[in-house]
Design a protein around this ligand. Structure first.
Ligand code: C5P
Length: 229
């Protein structure tokens, strides 16, 4: 059975505000409820481990969602510390070679078809896989003075999304190696890549957005309402 680790221990400093972004209200539910529901909706996903910050005062206290267990543990200063805490807190019967999903608490609009494709393709890969979306805008390199220094080719460039799917022990080793080297990884794949692994890219939807600034919230709300209709 696959478990989902849902890191939710970030301070959301880019968002600001009193309530961490993962707990903002969307149509009567905290944002994280949608992220959890989406990842737990697949029949192969058996439970979720939510990683909270030590001083979290907003976690709604779910112990199950749609009949599946939701557990919590305490994370750390960097994302990597939080995911490692989640991996360590998984139930003992999650084998070292079993796949685990990592899904951002702040990504409420994960399509069931994207999760299905990730699991189908990723479980057939020796390393695992990530959802990603091709870059669609033209990319500019900024100079120190704020002027455009040049244009980067967007060919073969993808935006990494979540969920990401890796084996429990391999991911633990990769994240520990990044932490020991003092490298800040912004997704789990980056830690795996540092170890020489080449995860599979699985195309996901552009609207799998990560709520990062206040401007993202109305868009998330719109997408979630549409999905409900
Ligand atoms: O900062 P960013 O938006 O990339 O964070 C992505 C996810 O990782 C968020 O759900 C955030 O709560 C989580 N995170 C964490 N522990 C940290 C930093 C971020 O669980 N130390």
């Amino acid at each position: 059975m696959i478990w989902a680790i849902v890191p939710a221990a970030g301070r959301g400093s880019r968002y600001g505000g009193d309530v961490p972004k993962q707990y903002l209200d969307i149509a009567g539910l905290p944002l994280i409820a949608y992220s959890l529901r989406a990842v737990l909706a697949h029949p192969s996903v058996g439970g979720a481990m939510v990683v909270l910050s030590e001083d979290d005062a907003s976690w709604p206290g779910y112990t199950e969602i749609d009949g599946k267990p939701v557990r919590t543990c305490i994370g750390g200063a960097e994302r990597c510390d939080s995911v490692l805490a989640g991996l360590a807190a998984l139930p003992d019967d999650v084998r070292p070679d079993e796949f685990v999903l990592v899904h951002d608490a702040a990504r409420p609009h994960l399509r069931a078809s994207d999760l299905e494709r990730l699991l189908d393709l990723g479980r057939g890969d020796p390393v695992g896989a990530i959802l990603a979306a091709p870059v669609r805008d033209t990319l500019k390199r900024a100079g120190n003075d704020g002027g455009v220094d040049g244009t980067e080719s967007r060919e073969r460039l993808w935006r990494a999304l979540t969920p990401q799917l890796f084996r429990r022990l391999q991911l633990t080793r990769a994240l520990e190696a990044a932490r020991n080297a003092g490298v800040v990884v912004t997704d789990e794949s980056m830690a795996m890549e540092r170890q020489g692994h080449r995860p599979l890219l699985v195309e996901g939807s552009d609207d799998n957005l990560k709520v990062t600034t206040p401007a993202d919230l109305p868009l998330a709300e719109f997408l979630l309402r549409l999905a409900r209709e």
